[in-house]
Design a protein around this ligand. Structure first.
Ligand code: CA
Length: 230
């Protein structure tokens, strides 16, 4: 079955260009002209990835992205944002709102397709697995036990939840704000700096003296569970 991409864009010429190139690359394509249409389409038939334009009539792409992330059913839906903005601050805003990646207009169709494929490779379906693994790190959700290689890792409850969230989305970069919402909850006021403290504790617990650091600090953006160096 071909992977389904939902294009959310209001400019017909760009929709056609995207459709043409994605279909040529063996994707199935659906389109929506604005955020509301997009949310309905997602509800009716879950796409494998959403290509979301930042500049949309009425509801902005950023807001659509936030809404998709707020719903438990669509929380893990891969999103690539399309935008005319290339500023670092906008990139961070896009990632903070929950986009998995970002393509700046004008883009080459080949680059866009490469990004789409990369994001799809990275995202895993959210399953009710009993065990989460990344490199030699594993988390047994039933026994509530974490180990790295043969070594048992002891974590506090917050570090456990933080690691669980990162293990559920390997390779994805999360801002401090996103981690706060996911791990501490929307209603609790915690300073973003708190995330740094817990990441530090988590690193100390999971990384032995001669072991590779599995958490990547992404400058100006946040953290991810990653084998790439910062
Ligand atoms: Ca647009």
């Amino acid at each position: 079955m071909k992977p389904l991409i939902l294009i959310v864009e209001d400019e017909p010429s760009l929709v056609e260009l995207l459709r043409y190139n994605l279909e040529k690359a063996d994707f199935e394509v659906q389109t929506a002209r604005d955020g509301d249409e997009a949310l309905v389409a997602i509800d009716e038939r879950r796409p494998d990835l959403v290509l979301l334009d930042w500049m949309l009539p009425m509801t902005s792409g950023l807001e659509v992205c936030r809404r998709i992330r707020r719903q438990p059913e669509t929380r893990d839906l891969p999103i690539v944002m399309l935008t005319a903005r290339g500023e670092e601050a906008d990139r961070v805003r896009g990632l903070e709102s929950g986009a998995d990646d970002y393509v700046t207009k004008p883009f080459s169709p080949n680059e866009l397709i490469a990004r789409v494929r990369a994001v799809m490779r990275r995202s895993r379906p959210a399953t009710a697995a009993d065990k989460l693994e990344f490199a030699d790190l594993s988390m047994d959700l039933v026994a509530h036990r974490v180990s790295r290689g043969d070594r048992r890792v002891h974590l506090g409850p917050t570090e456990f939840r933080l690691l669980r969230y990162l293990l559920e989305h390997p390779g994805r970069v999360f801002s401090r704000e996103q981690l706060l919402n996911a791990v501490w909850g929307h209603d609790i006021y915690v300073e973003p700096r708190t995330v740094d403290v817990h990441i530090r504790r988590l690193r100390k617990a999971i990384n032995g003296p001669d072991e590779r650091d599995l958490i990547r600090t992404v400058r100006a953006a946040g953290y991810s569970l990653d084998l790439e160096d910062a």
